[in-house]
Design a protein around this ligand. Sequence first.
Ligand SMILES: [Zn+2]
Length: 401
Amino acid sequence: MLTKHKGIIKMKIGQKIKEIREEKDLKQIAVLDNQGQISQIEKGVKIKRPKEATLRIIAKNLDMSFEELIDGTDWSPRDKSKEQFVISPASYAFKIDDSGFISYLNSTFPKYNKNGDLTEFCPHTGVKLIGNCENCGREIEDSDYSFCMGCGTKLTVKWDIPEQINKLITPESLTDFGFCTENLEILIAISSDLVFWYNTLKNCTSHEDWVNVNKGMVFRRDRSYRPPSIREGKFEIDKKEDLNGMLFDIQLCSKVEKKLRKTLTHLTNTEETKSSYDKVYEGLFNTMQDMIHQNANTMQTASIMQFDQDKEREAYTENNRKLIESNEKSISMLADLLKSLDPDEDHSEIEQKLKSIKSEKISETQNSDEKILEEGNSETDAAEKADRNNKNAKNKNKKEA
Ligand SMILES: [Zn+2]
């Protein structure tokens, strides 16, 4: 009996043992002191891959070396690495079905790589991976276990899917062009806020720090994401918990975003929705424009804010810098999406908008807030802004009508 193994035809280990044993005119029991076991090994049904120790005994009794015995056979050492998992407590594999139902598991990785090195840290989040139960030390045997099978200790935290994200991915948003676009816009805004607050909270070292960072922040009414609150005496505990929860939400957002984008591309390609194509483009363009404005506003506000202490000012400035950076990431994502949707395929309008960020960025990097005042074009900026806002209002009215 031959078996095809990775392109090379190899003999089954049981078959080889049987042939050599019969050649040497030996009884099964002479080869291994366990009749049932040697019979099973030779048949190769119940025991397909005998242990190395067993094969060494058999080889010795067949008067050959272990290496000679396994040579040319399908036998390979039991690869423990393939059976062992480590779980990331902070990285998740999400699934979204066509009705919008979201499920997830913690990401798992093989415990060892092919060189036999132990996998210790999550490649997505850098956190320490869980290979054993903290309480009883039992190894993790499967990827979707939340509790230790040895002692019932909780292995990973299970997070709820936040309502505000869940409601963006409905059967409607997966079939209707308008819903899909609208929800994608909301999602990008939530996601950008989340990333911003995650990075901000991560760098806070005390409750006071957190309060300072929040001071003076203006929350836009149309943005549904709010920074998490931190209890005064429980800063470290709350911070850890909040950061982990946010990390979950950020990954969820990214998955939902992918799903919506894919849906949008699919819907764009169908004939009957082509008429709404321009509307979508316009909607996304306005979102990008709004974000550019928000950045400009943030910088302007920063230059006129009054602070009692330098420390407060520093925290505020630093905070704004991050908000701006986070918005810029979203802006460039939107710009890429817009370019792929651009009906004229000339990206001049988009490029022009992006150019305006670059010039604003230069003024920002030059000696922070005073510089912006010095630039002296805040009036023209404001005028332009008013003009754009009017346009936006018009567009919105158009949409509603
Ligand atoms: Zn345990």
